[in-house]
Ligand binder design. Sequence first.
Ligand code: FES
Ligand code: FES
Length: 159
Amino acid sequence: MIISFFLNGNPAEIDAMPHHRSVDLLRENFQIKSIHQSCSDALCGTCLILMDDRPVLSCLVPAFELKFKDIWTMEGLSSKKSYADIVGGYKSAHVQLCSSCAPARALATEALLRQTLRPNAEQVRETAESVSCGCCSTRRVMDAILRAAKLREKRIHES
Ligand code: FES
Ligand code: FES
Protein backbone atom coordinates (compact mmCIF):
# COMPACT_ATOMS: atom_id res chain seq x y z
CA MET A 1 0.00 0.00 0.00
CA ILE A 2 1.34 3.42 -0.97
CA ILE A 3 1.59 5.77 2.01
CA SER A 4 1.88 9.52 1.45
CA PHE A 5 2.92 11.84 4.22
CA PHE A 6 5.11 14.86 4.96
CA LEU A 7 8.60 14.31 6.28
CA ASN A 8 10.41 17.33 7.70
CA GLY A 9 8.26 19.62 5.61
CA ASN A 10 8.63 17.72 2.33
CA PRO A 11 6.18 15.36 0.62
CA ALA A 12 7.18 11.70 1.02
CA GLU A 13 5.80 8.44 -0.32
CA ILE A 14 6.56 4.80 0.41
CA ASP A 15 5.16 1.39 -0.42
CA ALA A 16 4.61 -0.17 3.02
CA MET A 17 3.41 -3.56 4.23
CA PRO A 18 1.13 -4.06 7.27
CA HIS A 19 3.98 -5.44 9.39
CA HIS A 20 6.30 -2.46 8.76
CA ARG A 21 7.06 -0.17 11.67
CA SER A 22 7.64 3.56 11.26
CA VAL A 23 11.05 3.40 12.94
CA ASP A 24 12.39 0.92 10.37
CA LEU A 25 10.79 2.60 7.40
CA LEU A 26 12.13 6.04 8.33
CA ARG A 27 15.63 4.78 9.09
CA GLU A 28 16.02 2.42 6.16
CA ASN A 29 14.03 4.04 3.37
CA PHE A 30 14.55 7.71 4.19
CA GLN A 31 17.98 7.53 5.87
CA ILE A 32 16.65 9.17 9.04
CA LYS A 33 19.49 7.98 11.22
CA SER A 34 18.80 10.36 14.11
CA ILE A 35 16.08 7.95 15.24
CA HIS A 36 17.56 5.35 17.55
CA GLN A 37 15.97 2.24 18.91
CA SER A 38 17.66 1.20 22.08
CA CYS A 39 14.88 -1.11 23.29
CA SER A 40 12.17 -1.62 20.60
CA ASP A 41 9.77 -2.00 23.49
CA ALA A 42 8.50 1.47 24.44
CA LEU A 43 11.00 1.81 27.28
CA CYS A 44 13.83 4.09 26.16
CA GLY A 45 12.16 6.86 24.15
CA THR A 46 15.10 7.24 21.76
CA CYS A 47 12.87 6.46 18.75
CA LEU A 48 10.66 9.48 19.47
CA ILE A 49 9.41 11.48 16.48
CA LEU A 50 6.85 14.28 16.07
CA MET A 51 3.60 13.26 14.42
CA ASP A 52 1.24 16.17 13.80
CA ASP A 53 3.11 18.02 16.58
CA ARG A 54 2.67 15.17 19.09
CA PRO A 55 5.61 13.10 20.39
CA VAL A 56 5.18 9.42 19.51
CA LEU A 57 7.42 6.37 19.82
CA SER A 58 8.10 5.28 16.26
CA CYS A 59 8.88 1.70 17.36
CA LEU A 60 5.19 1.42 18.29
CA VAL A 61 3.71 3.15 15.25
CA PRO A 62 2.81 0.94 12.29
CA ALA A 63 3.96 2.50 9.01
CA PHE A 64 0.33 2.75 7.88
CA GLU A 65 -0.29 5.34 10.60
CA LEU A 66 2.08 7.75 8.87
CA LYS A 67 -0.52 8.26 6.15
CA PHE A 68 -1.22 11.97 5.59
CA LYS A 69 0.66 12.84 8.79
CA ASP A 70 3.18 15.65 9.30
CA ILE A 71 6.33 13.93 10.58
CA TRP A 72 9.34 15.72 12.03
CA THR A 73 12.68 14.27 13.05
CA MET A 74 15.94 15.81 14.19
CA GLU A 75 17.09 16.12 10.57
CA GLY A 76 14.32 18.66 9.97
CA LEU A 77 14.16 20.24 13.40
CA SER A 78 17.86 21.06 13.50
CA SER A 79 17.59 23.09 10.28
CA LYS A 80 14.98 25.42 11.79
CA LYS A 81 15.95 28.71 13.43
CA SER A 82 13.78 27.89 16.44
CA TYR A 83 16.01 24.90 17.25
CA ALA A 84 18.43 27.42 18.76
CA ASP A 85 16.01 27.84 21.69
CA ILE A 86 16.34 24.19 22.59
CA VAL A 87 20.11 24.15 22.20
CA GLY A 88 20.31 27.29 24.33
CA GLY A 89 18.06 25.88 27.03
CA TYR A 90 20.03 22.67 27.44
CA LYS A 91 23.36 24.46 27.20
CA SER A 92 22.52 27.04 29.84
CA ALA A 93 21.26 24.29 32.16
CA HIS A 94 24.56 22.44 31.61
CA VAL A 95 22.81 19.30 30.41
CA GLN A 96 24.97 17.25 28.08
CA LEU A 97 23.29 14.47 26.16
CA CYS A 98 24.65 11.48 24.32
CA SER A 99 23.95 11.07 20.61
CA SER A 100 21.25 8.46 21.27
CA CYS A 101 19.19 10.64 23.59
CA ALA A 102 19.78 14.14 22.21
CA PRO A 103 17.49 13.94 19.13
CA ALA A 104 14.59 12.44 21.07
CA ARG A 105 14.96 14.96 23.92
CA ALA A 106 15.06 17.86 21.46
CA LEU A 107 11.93 16.59 19.68
CA ALA A 108 10.09 15.99 22.97
CA THR A 109 10.98 19.54 24.05
CA GLU A 110 9.87 20.93 20.69
CA ALA A 111 6.54 19.12 21.01
CA LEU A 112 5.96 20.73 24.40
CA LEU A 113 6.92 24.20 23.14
CA ARG A 114 4.52 23.85 20.22
CA GLN A 115 1.80 23.08 22.74
CA THR A 116 2.60 25.81 25.26
CA LEU A 117 5.33 28.30 26.12
CA ARG A 118 4.29 28.31 29.78
CA PRO A 119 4.27 24.60 30.63
CA ASN A 120 3.28 23.52 34.11
CA ALA A 121 5.48 21.30 36.27
CA GLU A 122 3.63 18.15 35.30
CA GLN A 123 4.03 18.83 31.57
CA VAL A 124 7.73 19.57 32.03
CA ARG A 125 8.28 16.42 34.06
CA GLU A 126 6.40 14.30 31.56
CA THR A 127 8.57 15.69 28.75
CA ALA A 128 11.77 15.15 30.73
CA GLU A 129 10.77 11.56 31.48
CA SER A 130 9.76 10.72 27.92
CA VAL A 131 13.36 9.68 27.24
CA SER A 132 14.93 7.42 29.79
CA CYS A 133 18.62 7.52 30.59
CA GLY A 134 20.64 6.88 33.68
CA CYS A 135 23.12 9.70 33.30
CA CYS A 136 20.97 12.86 33.37
CA SER A 137 18.98 13.93 36.39
CA THR A 138 15.32 14.60 35.66
CA ARG A 139 15.54 17.84 37.64
CA ARG A 140 18.27 19.23 35.40
CA VAL A 141 16.49 18.19 32.22
CA MET A 142 13.35 19.90 33.56
CA ASP A 143 15.42 23.04 34.13
CA ALA A 144 16.72 22.84 30.54
CA ILE A 145 13.18 22.52 29.16
CA LEU A 146 11.99 25.55 31.14
CA ARG A 147 14.96 27.57 29.92
CA ALA A 148 14.17 26.54 26.33
CA ALA A 149 10.56 27.68 26.81
CA LYS A 150 11.74 31.08 28.06
CA LEU A 151 14.09 31.47 25.10
CA ARG A 152 11.32 30.52 22.68
CA GLU A 153 8.93 33.01 24.25
CA LYS A 154 11.56 35.75 24.14
CA ARG A 155 12.38 35.05 20.49
CA ILE A 156 8.70 35.12 19.50
CA HIS A 157 8.12 38.41 21.30
CA GLU A 158 11.18 39.98 19.70
CA SER A 159 10.33 38.88 16.17
S1 FES B 1 13.06 1.92 20.68
FE1 FES B 1 12.90 2.27 22.82
S2 FES B 1 11.00 3.27 23.01
FE2 FES B 1 11.11 2.84 20.89
S1 FES C 1 22.15 11.23 27.74
FE1 FES C 1 22.04 9.39 26.63
S2 FES C 1 22.15 7.82 28.13
FE2 FES C 1 22.06 9.68 29.22
